[in-house]
Structures are given as structure tokens and as C-alpha cells.
Design a protein around this ligand. Structure first.
Ligand code: EPZ
Length: 417
């Protein structure tokens, strides 16, 4: 079982480089199923979610090769995965559905997994593919889809990131024009569209609520450099904020983090955008209110780290989680360190400004795990963060090492506990 020993760290300081975005890289790797020629993705982070997806892509008949930080994916004859149980190991596994259906006219997949932050249904994915002409049959935990795809106008009840990505990929090879209304606008959507267009697709409007995809005969290979990870960047900025530090996060793009930067400035920290990244200095002292929303609203993936920032602020902060129904599991764990947090109807009331005491806490999901690591830096004494499911290494490349390079006293301790 992975565990981390974290000791109080007065101030983080220095510079740290952010990795490529997990939530851009995963759909882009799945897009490799759309092409017989190799899609080469640069700077693919060494995280276990990537390893798991690459294993699923191989199971789908793709040729996958990692060379250093670059990964090549292509598929002469894509097929549905034999080992559907692997689908449960991550949410992004559902992103093989659109490409396989578009290439072969048939796909049979299991339901995806992912952090237990909500029920995580795939109804929007399935209804969207039905609108493109697919027949959908449920067989226990499996979904069998079949049919040649034809362009159509699709309306998403919710601006779902994954459904937008699945439909965009499927529509690239559909016959005719597809319009996705109420599409997700995240930077990762734009990144996927840019990659698909480099592969020969014809997509416009990515980043707006209306995306237009003109179907083409086939896609070809490309070499693509994904965007930097705005959630990792935000997590590192929050680490600086909770230790009154001064940190430059190199590669962070302010235009992808506007809502977070404004909220952090509200707490009293200084934010400076530089050509190489974003620098945060100073202390978070003023309480705030924030609600998570689809992009460009405040990102739900930053809710847990921001809860720890609220613990620094002197007074009551209110944090509304509007995207997922069960994303406050870190509150209970933070209470073990003396945090005063009450959660009612998906609103966390955080009474910050009192010191935290080190203790033993457990990671409940990816972003909660990172938040608890930040809390350990803030808490007096020593904190043991147990991470039996390996959440942190699923989504952050070398987080302890990156924090240590800034002066943090954190180390991974194997199964000694
Ligand atoms: C993506 O998940 C990200 N994961 C999540 O990041 C992120 O929190 C989320 O988008 C929102 O930004 C990846 O990109 C791999 P959604 P996704 O579909 O696509 C509901 C992390 O920590 N919904 O936008 O699964 C859903 O239940 C992870 O890196 C349906 O009801 O998110 C949720 O309430 C966590 N039906 C809301 O929409 C559907 O068919 C948003 O989900 C699909 C979604």
C-alpha cells in the first residue's frame, strides 16, 4: 500500500515544471484508434491512468509504443476489448467507444470506472451516439452499439467533457455533418479537436458551446504536443498558498486558470503571470465563497485543494460542489487533522484560521489525495497519508518529488505501515 510521510513545511519556494495534462492526453491517446497511421503524442506523463489506458488500447488491437516521454498509437483493425473488466479501472476507458464504433460500425464495452466522486453515468455518451445512428443494447454491465454513423444535430443535457470528446471523435468519420450543442468548453476539448484536425478531421467551434464536425473518409497520423496540466498547476499553486510560499509554476497557462487565479487573489495571495508560467506569493488569509461549474467556471477538480486553502483563511469559507454528487470525502479526512468543516447539501462550510495537527489520513480519490498532501504540509508535526488505491500516482507525475524540489518535507514510504 502506498503511503506518504509529510512533515510541516513553513514555506515552499522556487520553480517547478508542470507536466502535460492528464485529461488532454487520455482522450488524445484514445484518438489513436481512429487512424491506421501512428499518432505520436509528446510528453505523455508517467501516471498509472495512462498505463491503464495504453493496456486497454492494446486490448483493442492498437499498436502502442512508448519511447521515452513519447507514445505512438495506431490501429489497423480496432476491436472491442476482450478484457472488459479493465474498463472499470478508469473513467477515460469509455473514450474508446466513439473511435471503435466510428471505425468498425460495432462496439461492445463495459461500464467505465473512475474516482467514486459520483455515480458517473454514460447516458449522454450513449444518447449522443444513438443520435448519430447507433443502435444501443444493454447486456448486464455491457453496452453493445452497432450501426454506420451519420452526421446529426446532438444536444447534451449537461456540458459533459467525456460525452463531448466521445461524440467529437465518433463524428470525425460519420457520413455528413454533426453539430454538438451545449458542448463542454474545457481547454482539453480544444486540445483534442486540434489533434484530430492535425489527423485530417474537420472540426470547428471547439471551446464554444457549439462544435461542428464534418465527417471525412479517414484520418491519418500526426505528431501532437498536448497542453500543460491546469489542475496540476493549480494544485502546485495551492501548495504555495497554504505554506505562505513563493513559487513559480513553469508551463502553467493563466488563460486556462482564470477562475482559480481570481479566487486565489481574493484570499490575499499575489499572482503574477510571467512568460514562463505563473508565480504565487504570500498568504491566503481572507475567507471566500466559490461554486464549481463547467468551464470556464471554477473547476471541480480544484475543489479539494481549494478546501485546504480555505483552512488557511481566517473565517468561514463556503464551497459549493455543483458538478459531482459525492466530492467532499476529503472533508472527513481533513477533520482528522483538526479541520473544522461541515458539509450540508453539497456545500462545505470551512472555518479556517486555526492550526492543523498532524495525524493519519486516507486518500479517497485523486484530487482528495493531493489535497491531503497539501494539508500535511500545513499541519504541525507529522502526517501519514495512506493511499491504498494509488490515487495520487494515477493522476500526478512525481508530485512528492515536485513538492520536495520546492522545499517540502514529503516522502513516499512503502508498505511499512
Ligand atoms: C472529466 O470527467 C474529467 N476526467 C474529470 O476529472 C472532471 O472532473 C470532469 O470531466 C468535469 O470537468 C477526464 O477527463 C478523464 P463529465 P467526465 O462527463 O468526462 C454527469 C480528475 O480528477 N454525466 O463532464 O466523467 C456526471 O455524472 C477527473 O482528473 C451524466 O450525467 O465528467 C457529472 O455529474 C475527475 N451523464 C457531470 O455530468 C453522462 O453521460 C460532469 O461529468 C456523463 C456525465
Amino acid at each position: 500500500m502506498a503511503s506518504y510521510l509529510i512533515r510541516h513545511t513553513p514555506k515552499l519556494s522556487g520553480e517547478v515544471e508542470v507536466s502535460a495534462a492528464k485529461n488532454a492526453v487520455l482522450p488524445i491517446l484514445a484518438a489513436g484508434l481512429l487512424s491506421e497511421d501512428p499518432l505520436i503524442v509528446k510528453d505523455v506523463p508517467r501516471i498509472t491512468d495512462v498505463d491503464m489506458l495504453l493496456s486497454i488500447l492494446r486490448d483493442c488491437g492498437a499498436h502502442v509504443q512508448r519511447s521515452g516521454m513519447d507514445v505512438s498509437v495506431c490501429a489497423m483493425h480496432p476491436q472491442s476489448p476482450d478484457h472488459e473488466e479493465n474498463m472499470r479501472r478508469l473513467r477515460a476507458s469509455i473514450l474508446i467507444l466513439g473511435p471503435i464504433l466510428a471505425r468498425t460500425g460495432s462496439a461492445c464495452v463495459g461500464l467505465p470506472g473512475g474516482c467514486a466522486i459520483g455515480q458517473r453515468p454514460i447516458d449522454l455518451h450513449l444518447r449522443g451516439l444513438q443520435a448519430l445512428g447507433a443502435q444501443v443494447h444493454a447486456m448486464g454491465g455491457m453496452r453493445q452499439l452497432s450501426g454506420r454513423l451519420t452526421g446529426a444535430r446532438v444536444y447534451l443535457d449537461l456540458p459533459s467533457v467525456g460525452a463531448t470528446e466521445n461524440l467529437m471523435m465518433a463524428a470525425t468519420l460519420a457520413c455528413g455533418v454533426t453539430v454538438i450543442e451545449n458542448a463542454a468548453k474545457e481547454p482539453e476539448i480544444i486540445d483534442l479537436a486540434n489533434c484530430l484536425n492535425q489527423m485530417g478531421a474537420s472540426i470547428t467551434g471547439a471551446g464554444t458551446g457549439t462544435i461542428i464536425i464534418r465527417g471525412v473518409e479517414r484520418l491519418h497520423g500526426a505528431v501532437y504536443q498536448p497542453i500543460s496540466d491546469r489542475v496540476e498547476a493549480g494544485t502546485l499553486l495551492c501548495a504555495a498558498a497554504v505554506t505562505d510560499g513563493s513559487v513559480l509554476v513553469r508551463g502553467a497557462r493563466a488563460e486556462h486558470l482564470r477562475s482559480l487565479l481570481f479566487k486565489l487573489q481574493e484570499t490575499g495571495v499575489g499572482i503574477r503571470e510571467t512568460p514562463s508560467g505563473i508565480r504565487l506569493t504570500g498568504s491566503a488569509v481572507a475567507p471566500f465563497e466559490v461554486r464549481t461549474l463547467a468551464y470556464p467556471g471554477f473547476p471541480t477538480d480544484m475543489q479539494a485543494p481549494m478546501t485546504v486553502v480555505a483552512l488557511k483563511c481566517r473565517g468561514r469559507s463556503l464551497i459549493h460542489e455543483t458538478v459531482f454528487e459525492n466530492r467532499f470525502m476529503h472533508a472527513t479526512e481533513l477533520s482528522r487533522l483538526g479541520a473544522r468543516i461541515r458539509v450540508e447539501n453539497n456545500v462545505a462550510m470551512v472555518d479556517g484560521g486555526t492550526p492543523l495537527e498532524g495525524g493519519v489520513v486516507k486518500s479517497t480519490d485523486l484530487r482528495a489525495g493531493a489535497a491531503l498532501m497539501l494539508a500535511g504540509l500545513m499541519a504541525e508535526g507529522e502526517t501519514i497519508l495512506q493511499d491504498p488505491a494509488g490515487h495520487i500516482e494515477r493522476g500526478y507525475q512525481d508530485l512528492p518529488e515536485k513538492l520536495r524540489s520546492l522545499g517540502a518535507d514529503v516522502e513516499k514510504i512503502e508498505d511499512r505501515l
